[in-house]
Design a protein around this ligand. Structure first.
Ligand SMILES: O=c1ccn([C@H]2C[C@H](O)[C@@H](COP(=O)(O)O)O2)c(=O)[nH]1
Ligand SMILES: [Zn+2]
Length: 169
């Protein structure tokens, strides 16, 4: 789940950043994704709002959801019998992707949209298809990547590394 949230940080969505991480039956990561615009559709040229009279000026019609990206980014032949860790409970469209790709379990963190039709429909389809889902309960409240501590522990000096890289060309 931490990997899913780390991936979510790459999302340009100002309101809801979603990350997803797929693991196989051996708990090895086989796909990671976050919600973002399709390749070639530049983040800064696309709309990121969701409230507009003109749906063409909202993100809804364009953004690729984290689960879809995680499945499309897979580094294995398929994701059958895998588990997907995802920051937000999957919407109806993502539930279809999960089911059709053979993923057998969804572990989610937030279920903030549970009363919306897309998410009610999602649960209905996951139930019918026999895909299990459960909320993630974190074992610890914080995971920190502290580069200062890493530098001290490994004797890394980024300025030196940069200089070394430049001179190696
Ligand atoms: O299953 C899902 C549902 C939603 N997302 C993404 C799509 C959007 O970028 C945000 C939701 O935006 P709101 O403004 O909070 O409606 O989350 C996803 O990746 N997967
Ligand atoms: Zn979705």
């Amino acid at each position: 789940m931490a990997t899913a949230f780390l991936s979510a940080q790459r999302s340009k969505d100002p309101r809801t950043q979603v990350g997803a991480c797929i693991v196989n039956e051996e708990n090895k990561i086989v796909g990671i994704g976050y919600n973002g615009m399709p390749v070639g559709c530049h983040d800064d040229e696309m709309p990121w709002g969701r409230d507009s009279d003109n749906i063409l000026e909202t993100k809804q019609l364009y953004v690729c959801h984290a689960e879809l990206n995680a499945v499309l980014n897979k580094n294995s032949a398929d994701v059958k019998n895998c588990t997907i860790y995802v920051a937000l409970f999957p919407c109806n469209e993502c539930a279809k992707v999960v089911i059709q790709s053979g993923i057998k379990e969804v572990v989610y963190y937030s279920d903030k949209y549970k009363d919306k039709p897309e998410f009610v429909a999602s649960k209905k389809m996951l139930d019918m298809a026999g895909v299990k889902y459960r909320q993630h309960i974190p074992k610890q409240k914080q995971i920190l990547i502290d580069f200062t501590a890493i530098d001290a522990m490994t004797g890394t000096n980024v300025k030196e590394v940069l200089k070394a890289d430049q001179t190696s060309f």
